[in-house]
Design a protein around this ligand. Structure first.
Ligand code: NDP
Length: 292
């Protein structure tokens, strides 16, 4: 039986991982998040607390650590830069050090925002990083710490994650149900990725020893406006939705105009394919439809 330690377990990715792993008797889970969950067995572990990270992880002595914890509020990172750096960079460093000390594999999650968005064809794992936001810079710093301190690590860059929790899909459905006029940017090209598809890729990779950086998004690409239209179509909602440009929707953090990631390494080294973004969205809406 493999022992798996998850941080940020109450977030979108953490919950998707738990759902896929919890009934698998090959794995024993130890779940942590920024706060304890009274209705589940998620315990409190703040990844910026070095002593706590050291002792909780060493006590459980996992074979695999999956770091799902992050400060993902991209705009808030611009004003709370120290907090963003502590959570997105220093926390992963502490985890990487302990992982290395106890010989555990570490799976760490990164983002498409490490790229500047100036490309016009998909970024590969070899593409030059050049983040344009505090979120992107702090995540990249975390990736570098993980690679420096834990050679037995996987870094998975993903994008546009939706699962259980606050995300674009749920926001769109809520606005449609409130019969609000919705304005969505159509000049940012992205690949929405379901938390479950990402979790599946993690579970696949963690059983290998092919350490390194991987892109892990659903296949294909779209823009946020087209994505919104597909959400309404698949969920049978009628919505008043208007396409706008990024300049009409200013945000504190600059988003990449083009952040499509090519899962080249997953495909070429492992023959592993993630679902297309539409197929994954359909799966999500059919399954969660009643709750959304
Ligand atoms: P969520 O925001 O849903 O989950 C992150 C979890 O980390 C939350 O439960 C959060 O708790 C927790 N957390 C925050 N600070 C700490 C801390 N100091 N110690 C311990 N836990 C903490 O994120 P996702 O599941 O969507 O993201 C998973 C990974 O994917 C992250 O690394 C993220 O950067 C990356 N990613 C996400 C994308 C997205 O669109 N969501 C896109 C690209 C990459 P709390 O809620 O209390 O803050």
């Amino acid at each position: 039986m493999k022992r798996i330690f998850i941080t940020g377990a109450g977030g979108q990715l953490g919950l998707a991982l738990i759902e896929l792993i919890k009934d698998n008797h090959e794995y024993m889970l130890y779940l942590t998040d920024s706060r304890p969950y009274t209705d589940s067995n998620i315990k409190k572990l703040d990844i910026t607390d070095e002593d706590a990270v050291q002792s909780e992880i060493s006590d459980f002595h996992p074979d695999i650590i999956i770091n799902c914890a992050a400060m993902t509020a991209v705009d808030l990172c611009e004003t709370e830069q120290e907090m963003a750096y502590n959570i997105n960079a220093i926390g992963p460093k502490y985890i990487a050090k302990v992982a290395n000390d106890i010989g555990a594999k570490l799976i760490h999650i990164s983002t498409d925002y490490v790229y500047d968005g100036q490309a016009n064809s998909p970024y590969t794992e070899e593409s030059i990083t050049n983040p344009t936001s505090v979120y992107g810079r702090t995540k990249l710093a975390g990736d570098n710490f993980v690679m420096e301190f834990c050679p037995k690590s996987f870094i998975l860059n993903t994008s546009g994650v939706y699962g259980e929790g606050k995300n674009f899909v749920r926001t769109m459905l809520k606005l449609a149900d409130e019969e609000r006029k919705i304005r969505v940017v159509s000049d940012q090209t992205v690949t929405p990725t379901s938390a479950r598809e990402l979790a599946r890729a993690i579970i696949f990779l963690m059983e290998t020893d092919s350490y390194g950086k991987y892109h892990a998004t659903c296949e294909g690409s779209t823009n946020w406006y087209e994505f919104a239209l597909m959400i309404f179509e698949l969920s049978g909602r009628k919505a008043m939705v208007e396409a706008i440009n990024t300049s009409e929707y200013p945000t504190p953090a600059k988003r990449p105009a083009y952040s499509v990631l090519d899962n080249k390494k997953l495909r070429e080294s492992h023959g592993y394919y993630m679902k297309g973004w539409k197929e994954a969205l359909e799966e999500y809406i059919i399954e969660k439809g009643k709750m959304l």
